[in-house]
Write a protein that binds this ligand. Structure first.
Ligand code: UDX
Length: 452
């Protein structure tokens, strides 16, 4: 028998591609061959970030159409979702047929994806499937309970709210505002509708997969996982230490900040990053800059080139000169390396699930500033359940003020309880990933089972 050969096809946004890549690295270590499917648009971006020789020989990267025209906006989640549902399954099917029809390649033996429409190909083609949820178990439990939310009169059958209220999926779960349901966090009604319909359908389809994996652990989310016993937690999946390079990133990493971090005292630096999607208006961007300046701590701030709406230079006048001796701004950081650096004191974060896991795994406490989707429930998990972070609150005009930033940085860094709890959580996570730990055992069980 040849090697097991997985085709891995993530939903084509950064926060989903990275954990699928991390899962792929883990599978390569277990003897799998991987064909990793990106959209042509993302493939080009990823290729442009790689230096000569940085390609990974063990993971075969292929590109397929995402169904959008070259100039169309891939940050329009509604449009992107509709297009990929329409086009990606067909493209992946053709790819599998081509691979399995050729003499000189190992046949595809399993399909791994967070998109139910791709997983549907499995039974049709006689191939095993694994659904991989890249978000936490909390949001997965919410999605699995949509029918209950409708039956109990919390939402209408089209996903719209009957009334704004606070709900708990179980007494052990954090309370959440209904207005923070994932599909309601988009600003326009059409995107909300597409997000709701696709969430419902995707949940139904992923439930038919042979395996349902989630990038979390029993130690991190016991209450949510108790609501979805069919889901196997195998996380947190972090960058492989053996294959260390950051394959799958859409922006080129600026590693100069690591040298700068080496020169900072232990636990002194505020790391500030908002993932791949968050966009600020100029007023908020300005206020954040002034808040970091006022905090009087060294800081490393990731300012993506597309992070501000209106202007490419939204910094306050004279800001760069004033903070030069204690600040670094980069377009895209090697985040996992940054968070594991001893000079990092805390993380001002949008609470994307990957960022959340990376910070917890390194014992770095949070100041939470969620932007959309699952980030609000991740914030509750961080602040209300794990108690390892503080919320940054908006003022009456909807702005997180410079004063709020300064005060919360001070409060967080002065809180020994938070520091103790994040260290304990880091310990638990490390244990669950080490030999014999819960996530490690689950991963082994999955690797064994998917090869039978
Ligand atoms: C999105 C959603 O926002 C998130 O809530 C959902 O769970 C996944 O999809 P994103 O906004 O990109 O993801 O945030 P996050 O989940 O935190 O993923 C960002 C990834 O990019 C992380 O792995 C992070 O390490 C990486 N990153 C970010 C960098 O490598 N460098 C940076 O400068 C910033």
């Amino acid at each position: 028998m040849g090697k097991p050969h997985a085709i891995v096809a993530p939903y084509p946004v950064q926060g989903h591609v990275i954990p699928h890549m991390e899962l792929s690295h883990r599978l390569v270590n277990c003897g799998f061959k991987i064909t990793f499917v990106n959209t042509e648009y993302n493939h080009k971006r990823i290729a442009a970030t790689l230096h000569n020789g940085q390609e990974d020989n063990q993971i075969h990267m292929v590109a397929i159409s995402d169904g959008l025209l070259a100039a169309e906006d891939r940050n329009d989640i509604g449009k992107l979702t509709e297009a990929v549902i329409r086009v990606l399954p067909r493209e992946v099917e053709t790819l599998i047929k081509n691979i399995n029809g050729s003499d000189n390649q190992d046949d595809i033996t399993c399909i791994i994806s967070d998109m139910g429409w791709v997983l549907e190909l499995g039974p049709k083609m006689g191939i095993q499937t694994a659904a991989f949820f890249t978000m936490g178990a909390g949001p997965v439990a919410l999605m699995s309970n949509i029918t209950k939310l409708i039956d109990t009169g919390i939402i209408n059958p089209d996903g719209t709210l009957i009334k704004d209220q606070i709900v708990q999926l179980s007494t052990a779960m954090p309370a959440m505002k209904t207005s923070h349901f994932i599909w309601l966090c988009f600003h326009d009604l059409n995107t909300q509708k597409i997000a709701f319909d696709s969430t419902v359908k995707n949940t139904q389809l992923t439930e038919c997969a042979n395996w349902i994996l989630c990038n979390t652990s029993y130690e991190l989310e016991p209450a949510a996982l108790a609501l979805i016993p069919n889901v196997l937690p195998i996380g947190p999946l972090l960058a492989s230490s053996t294959l260390g390079q950051s394959l799958g990133h859409f922006w080129p990493e600026d590693s100069t900040c690591l040298t700068w971090l080496n020169q900072q005292p232990a636990r002194s630096v505020v790391y500030v990053a908002f993932g791949s999607f968050t966009i600020f208006d100029c007023i908020q961007f300005h206020e954040l800059a002034l808040g970091l300046e006022l905090s009087d701590k060294p800081f490393l701030w990731v300012v993506r080139p597309d992070m501000t709406k209106e202007s490419s230079d939204a910094y306050p006048e004279g800001f760069h000169d004033r903070v030069a001796i204690r600040a670094q701004m980069v377009g895209w950081a090697p985040q996992q390396k940054v968070l594991s650096h001893p000079s990092i004191a805390c993380f001002i974060s949008h609470c994307g699930w990957n960022s959340t896991l990376e910070s917890v795994s390194n014992g770095v406490p949070f100041l939470c500033w969620p932007y959309f989707a699952d980030q609000f429930s991740n914030q509750s998990q961080i602040c209300d359940v794990w108690k390892v972070g503080l919320e940054l609150n908006k003022d009456q005009s909807g702005i997180v003020s410079q004063k709020e930033i300064k005060e919360k940085v001070e409060k967080l860094l002065g809180c020994d309880g938070i520091r103790t709890r994040i260290s304990e959580l880091k310990e638990k996570v490390t244990k669950s990933l080490s030999h014999g730990g819960s996530s490690s055992r689950n991963f082994e069980m999955f690797v064994d089972g998917i090869q039978k």
